[in-house]
Design a protein around this ligand. Structure first.
Ligand code: FAD
Ligand code: NAP
Length: 312
């Protein structure tokens, strides 16, 4: 038999949104419980340097997230290593069941489950995942010392991943479906100046090619979207950096979603369609998707929850 834990505020997710919500709701004496999920610290734990967190010219993503966790604990939040497998928002108190067997019962819930890497959806991509296909250069870049790699994507993540991979790889080729990047200009500048990186514009990857025994990537098939011309680019590693999708699986049948899965909130607030349920960070934001905006929304969610609880 699993245990039951009751709380005024249950925070699901341990990225900048979740930890900030924990700091604020702990300081409001709401004794929050925060469930961390499979990625304690969230997306910033899979990057290296963060240069746009106010107050830190340079900070390593994982270090920043350890500091946020320590801050939330110091304020009195209970932080639990667990994963919520189902959530019942049909009646109050809300209930969340978790992997450990624990049931969390809460008067208010702050959803801060963030986002996860998107994949191209190719059968060959699936086949070589973990065997040359990756969505995390900081996790897997080391395996490609002295080898050639390909990165697909044109946003901040793709450019950052490509730059990071130059620390290991002999050559990095970025494939992008248009003829300009959407990444910040400062990042693009660094990329264009790096002699190890070349870019294939207006192109998509149509197949990952490799060996069977041992399973491993040897090349990707690239198609020019304007001319239809096909070519092969040899590589030992293929990094997919085409954006992130909101992690709204827990609530997809209970709350309205928009733009492919983002939880809808009342403009200017973190209130969802269900009173007492709040959403913050990349789970609800399809526009800004930054650490600092997620933290800001975490603060808003805690204040919104406090106001809700005071009225009930
Ligand atoms: P996330 O950080 O996505 O965290 C989500 C949390 O929810 C995780 O802890 C996860 O374990 C938890 N979770 C999910 N499902 C469950 C569940 N069922 N039960 C319990 N917990 C669950 N932004 C910047 O501002 N500057 C940068 O330099 C920067 N660099 C980046 C580099 C990379 C490689 C990536 C991928 C993103 C980067 N970003 C950067 C974006 C930034 O990381 C995100 O905007 C931010 O982390 C979103 O915070 P969040 O709290 O909404 O969610
Ligand atoms: P993103 O900004 O959404 O960019 C995704 C990129 O992948 C786009 O260039 C897009 O092409 C391309 N793409 C999407 N689907 C594709 C497909 N099926 N096939 C081929 N290409 C595809 O995602 P992101 O780069 O992961 O960034 C997510 C958020 O995190 C952003 O808000 C970003 O600013 C933030 N972030 C910030 C930093 C930083 O501040 N240093 C670092 C990383 C991430 P199009 O351009 O043609 O749409």
């Amino acid at each position: 038999m699993g245990t039951t834990k009751a709380t005024k505020v249950l925070i699901i997710g341990s990225g900048p949104a979740g930890y900030t919500a924990a700091v604020y709701s702990a300081r409001a004496m709401l004794n929050p419980i925060l469930v961390q999920g499979l990625q304690p610290g969230g997306q910033l734990t899979i990057t290296t340097e963060v240069e746009n967190w106010p107050g830190d010219t340079h900070v390593m993503g994982p270090d920043l997230m350890v500091r946020m966790e320590e801050h939330a604990r110091a304020m009195g939040a209970e932080i639990i290593s667990d994963y919520v497998t189902s959530l019942d928002l049909s009646k109050r108190p809300f209930t969340a069941r978790a992997d450990s067997g624990t049931t969390y019962v809460a008067d208010a819930v702050i959803l801060a489950t963030g986002a996860q890497a998107k994949w191209l959806g190719l059968p060959s991509e699936e086949k070589f995942k973990g065997f040359g296909v990756s969505a995390c250069a900081t996790c897997d870049g080391f395996f490609y010392r002295g080898k050639e790699v390909v990165v697909i994507g044109g946003g901040n993540t793709a450019v950052e991943e490509a730059l990071f991979l130059t620390n290991f790889a002999s050559k990095v080729t970025v494939v992008h479906r248009r003829d300009s990047f959407r990444a910040e200009k400062i990042m693009q500048d660094r990329l264009f100046k790096n002699p190890k990186i070349s870019v294939i514009w207006d192109s998509e990857v149509t197949e990952v090619l490799g060996t069977e025994a041992p399973l491993g990537v040897t090349a990707v098939k690239v198609r020019n979207v304007k001319t239809g011309a096909e070519s092969e680019v040899s590589c030992a590693g293929f990094f997919v950096a085409i954006g992130h999708a909101p992690a709204s699986e827990l609530v997809k049948d209970q709350l309205p979603l928009h733009n492919g899965g983002y939880v809808v909130v009342e403009p200017g607030t973190t209130r969802t369609a269900i009173p007492g349920v709040f959403a913050a960070g990349d789970l609800t934001d399809h526009v800004y998707r930054q650490a600092v905006t997620s933290a800001g929304m975490g603060c808003m969610a805690a204040l919104d929850a406090e106001k809700f609880l005071a009225g009930h």
